[in-house]
Design a protein around this ligand. Structure first.
Ligand code: GDP
Ligand code: IMO
Ligand code: MG
Length: 440
């Protein structure tokens, strides 16, 4: 079976982009299945840094077709800006990128509405969105009456459809949207994108049925999933593994391998609960060492210890087979490293991630501490070259999540990656899924 997926198991920025870039070497097609220009993926190779948002990180390798599917909300200006940026640095796009005609289009009213709503909450905590119009665009998609898909831009009804929606949005938001100007602008975008636009569902179904190797690239993280994350502090798509099929149109039967990506600690950008947050010297040290500032908005990321309750939940939710533990190098120098292996809620110890955000907010992490290591890991290239305590830490993460660690990352560069082939994974493995009952 041809499909491999890379899914972030935390609140995004787990270094999915780096892993996708590495795995692309073994795949023919790389697929982005959800989200929009809220994503920011950094890939570093041979001293060069690439920032990608809507275009799959596979674009940096030759001989690979990259696909942006109908599950994505597409800001045409953003994708064209990204194409221009890549082409100006010598990356070929023509013949390598396909964009779905089913993708919903982000318009100026979506961005205006995103900023208006998130910035004007009374009393409540803002979600802290990226301000890219993601939520309003997905809302119009589901609402159906005010939505435009990429394929609509090429149809004769488009001008009338746009004028109708612009007039309604002007009334609803109290901001003037000039339909003629927007039509002219989006008409230019449509012409520019025309050679890339197609039915990507048909393309992908043909590909998997022909046995071609496809890599699915997750955006955001599973805890930001609109149905299964820390709602309402989430994004507006199914960013966990459950969204792969709905976003891409490829049924789960074609997916053979799911790799869950985690940082060796936790980060979150924006509002919402984060039980293991360290708003103190520990968090500051992780932020400084890991350069934890948002790729899209440059906001400082909230940092804390690894939350195995949350990550075990999302590993199960996403059907994860194996784990990639990224940014392990950032933890060098701590005498002790804490891992949250349970929560205490209303006097009870629980290991199941609560479904209500208020319970996540109230949950107190129960930590176990492991001995740290002093050594710099950035030059280590083999699993057995890692300090014993780092190996012990990885083994414990694998044990808590019930999955083997098969990839370890010790720096941003492609080369700073340790692959742990089957049989040499951090021990102990194999293990049954986490033995503690859901409500111990
Ligand atoms: P994504 O959104 O999941 O693709 O992750 P981001 O690219 O937003 O954030 C991950 C950041 O960590 C990027 O700046 C990467 O260059 C960087 N990075 C990736 N792997 C490592 C690693 O192993 N160590 C360190 N120190 N940085 C890493
Ligand atoms: P990548 O793909 C981290 C967060 C925002 C905000 C919430 C909702 O780089 O991992 P939205 O603009 O989507 O409506 O914002 O989700 N968020 C991310 N956080 N990484 C991302 O993407 C994110 N995409 C959205 O900060 O809290
Ligand atoms: Mg990111």
């Amino acid at each position: 079976m041809p499909g491999t997926c890379v899914v972030g198991l935390q609140w995004g920025d787990e270094a999915k982009g780096k892993l996708v870039d590495i795995l692309t070497g073994d795949h023919e097609i790389v697929v982005r299945y959800a989200g929009g220009a809220n994503a920011g993926h950094t890939v570093v190779s041979g001293g060069e840094t690439w920032k990608l948002s809507l275009i799959p990180s596979g674009i940096l390798r030759d001989g690979v077709t990259c696909v942006v599917t109908g599950g994505v909300v597409l800001d045409p200006a953003a994708v064209i800006g990204e194409i221009d940026g890549l082409e100006s640095r010598g990356v070929t796009i023509a013949g390598k990128l396909l964009v779905s005609d089913r993708a919903h289009v982000v318009f100026p009213w979506h961005v205006a509405e995103d900023r208006l709503l998130d910035g004007s909450l009374s009393g409540g905590e803002p979600i802290g969105t990226t301000g890219r119009g993601i939520g309003p665009c997905y809302r119009d998609k589901v609402g159906r009456s005010l939505a435009i898909r990429l394929g609509d831009l090429y149809r004769p009804e488009f001008p009338a459809q746009l004028a109708h929606i612009a007039a309604l949005k002007t009334k609803l938001l109290g901001t003037e949207f000039d339909a003629a100007a927007i039509h002219a602008e989006y008409g230019r975008y449509a012409e520019r994108l025309r050679p890339l636009v197609c039915d990507t569902t048909a393309f992908l179904l043909d590909a998997v049925e022909a046995g071609r190797k496809v890599l699915f690239e997750g955006a955001q993280g599973a805890l930001l999933d609109v149905d299964h994350g820390t709602y309402p502090f989430v994004t507006s798509s199914n960013s966990s593994g459950v969204g792969i099929s709905s976003g891409s149109g490829v049924p789960g039967r074609w997916i053979e391998r799911v790799i869950g990506v985690v940082k060796a600690y936790s980060t979150r950008v924006g509002g919402g609960p984060m039980p293991t947050e360290q708003d103190n010297d520990v968090g500051r040290r992780i932020r400084d060492r890991g350069n934890e500032y948002g790729t899209v908005t440059r906001r400082p990321r909230r940092c804390g210890w690894f939350d195995a309750v949350a990550a075990r939940y999302t590993a199960r939710l996403s059907g994860v087979d194996e784990l990639a533990v990224m940014l392990l190098d950032v933890l060098s120098g701590f005498d002790e490293i804490a891992v949250c292996s349970a929560y205490r809620l209303d006097g009870r110890r629980i290991t199941q991630f609560p479904s209500h955000v208020d319970d996540v907010k109230r949950a107190e992490p129960v930590y176990e501490t492991l001995p740290g290591w002093r050594e710099d890991l950035t030059a280590v290239r083999r699993y057995d070259g890692l300090p014993e305590n780092a190996r012990r830490y990885l083994a414990r993460l694998g044990e808590l999540l019930g999955r083997p660690v098969t990839v370890v990352s010790v720096g941003p560069d492609r080369a700073q990656t340790i692959l742990c082939p089957k049989g040499t994974q951090p021990q102990p493995w194999p293990r049954p899924p986490h033995p503690t009952p859901a409500h111990a």
